[in-house]
Design a protein around this ligand. Structure first.
Ligand SMILES: Cc1ncc(COP(=O)(O)O)c(C=O)c1O
Length: 441
């Protein structure tokens, strides 16, 4: 696949052309069609203030489109079952909340939190990595508290990508994996993901010219949205490539603990030598229903962590210390805390897979994450299908192209409701005549 470029390439000379129908705020008034020019009075001298091209040239954020669609449907009186967002619906477990509250009662937590995270938090993170993956980390220098994996990934991108570099991103991606590169003016090369390869990219397909400029690769297994889990062997290949070429491997393990059917997800840091090239991001949002608390951690070699730390110290102060105390408690008690969360998602997954099978889909149960990724019947584009399902059945799903062009033939169902509600969604689809082979008249 060709390099997917942000900002869009401009001709070396002559005028840069915006796709038809979009008005770029950077367009000089003289370049606008006469009909759209705002008359400027001779005495008026206010300059137009516009965001940078790095921002305005980002492709449409499909989730924003979906929000508008939902708002429109609700305004028209629709009662929607929303299975679109990946926002956990359950509360943070009580013992974690108690640990946060106890820490908050201590005035020593009321100042700015330490830049790298509290000692207690970093020790708990290092202990988790040792027990869970057999990975030894120096809690002082190889672990960093971040305000969620998403923000951490964007900051690691700032540290290693710029307008001269290419980032390698699988073409079905969690938006920040590619868009952060766009925001720093870099280019993204999308690596095709195919179902018959278990939604893992084939590194041999990356053109050598692209590899020469590549400075960053983002991998996310267990994978949102497909639910694919990568074997350690795959991470071995990725680490070998990144070591050979001098590429930072950002490994997003936001779903490492949400696995089913006896499957365990590996860490890229298990690969010998990985610390030279890997920053791995762990999140508390899904495993512990702590999405609102904004906490995660980065783990990796000390120089890489130092670079991420340097970006972060220039931007903010990090997650409040009481939240770090709750997160440390969570990691220290992960086995008992995660069990009910994982069991709940497994039960919901079965309800959704069985439901879509009853509608004619040849759905395979994913072994991880809180999503079911399904193909779209012929004749629909991703957004068209989403609109159709909302209009006909009042059920919200995410169009696959929210995750890049590779998702155009798919949609995602989030497991954020109990089986009763999920069953109701399936009933609504059936009643609306929506099925894999049915004509949705
Ligand atoms: C793959 C992936 N990474 C990261 C995140 C965000 O994690 P956090 O809440 O820790 O920022 C999500 C949230 O949906 C995700 O799907």
């Amino acid at each position: 696949m060709d390099i997917f470029r942000w900002p869009r390439p401009r001709p070396a000379r002559g005028r840069w052309q915006r796709p038809r129908g979009l008005m770029n705020p950077h367009t000089h008034p003289d370049e606008m069609p006469t009909s759209t020019r705002t008359p400027v009075s001779k005495t008026e001298s206010t300059a137009r203030l516009v965001p940078t091209r790095r921002l305005t040239d980002l492709p449409t954020y499909v989730f924003a489109w979906l929000d508008e669609l939902k708002a429109e449907a609700r305004a028209a009186g629709a009662d929607l079952i929303d299975l679109g967002m990946g926002n956990p619906d359950q509360p943070t477990p009580k013992p974690i909340i108690d640990a946060i509250a106890a820490a908050y009662a201590d005035p020593r937590t009321h100042g700015y939190p330490p830049f790298r995270g509290t000692e207690q938090f970093r020790q708990s993170a290092a202990g988790f990595m040792r027990r869970r993956f057999g990975v030894e980390l120096d809690a002082a220098r190889e672990v960093l508290c971040v305000s969620g994996a998403k923000e951490g990934i964007a900051q690691a991108t700032i540290a290693f990508a710029d307008e001269n570099t290419v980032s390698l991103v699988p073409d079905i991606y969690y938006p920040v994996h590619a868009r952060a590169t766009g925001l720093v003016g870099g280019r993204t090369h999308l690596m095709a993901l195919r179902a018959d390869r278990g939604f893992l990219p084939d590194f041999r397909e990356i053109p050598s010219g692209v590899l020469r400029s590549a400075r960053l690769m983002v991998l996310n297994y267990p994978h949102n949205p497909t639910g694919a889990v990568a074997p350690l062997e795959f991470f071995r290949d990725a680490v070998a490539l990144c070591r050979e070429r001098g590429i930072l491997l950002i490994s997003d393990l936001a779903y490492s603990e949400l696995t089913f059917d006896g499957i365990t997800a590996p860490s890229a840091l298990q690969v010998p030598g990985a610390k030279d090239v890997v920053i791995e991001f762990h999140s508390f949002s899904k495993t512990f229903n702590m999405a609102g608390s904004r906490i995660g951690f980065a783990a990796g070699g000390r120089e890489l962590i130092d670079a991420l730390h340097a970006v972060r110290t220039n931007m903010g102060y990090g997650t409040p210390a009481p939240i770090q105390a709750g997160a440390a408690y969570a990691l220290d008690h992960i086995r008992e805390l995660e069990r009910p969360v994982v069991a709940r998602y497994a039960e919901r997954r079965d309800a959704v897979v069985d439901g879509f099978r009853s509608l004619g889909w040849a759905a395979e149960p994913p072994h991880a994450t809180m999503f079911v990724w399904l193909p779209i019947p012929a004749g629909f584009g991703a957004q068209e299908w989403t609109r159709h399902v909302i209009d006909r059945a009042g059920v919200v799903v995410t169009p696959g192209n929210a995750f890049g062009p590779g998702g155009e033939r798919f949609f995602r169902v989030s497991l954020i409701a109990d089986p009763l509600v999920l069953g109701k969604a399936i009933d609504r689809l059936r009643a609306a005549g929506i099925g894999w082979l049915d004509t949705c008249s």
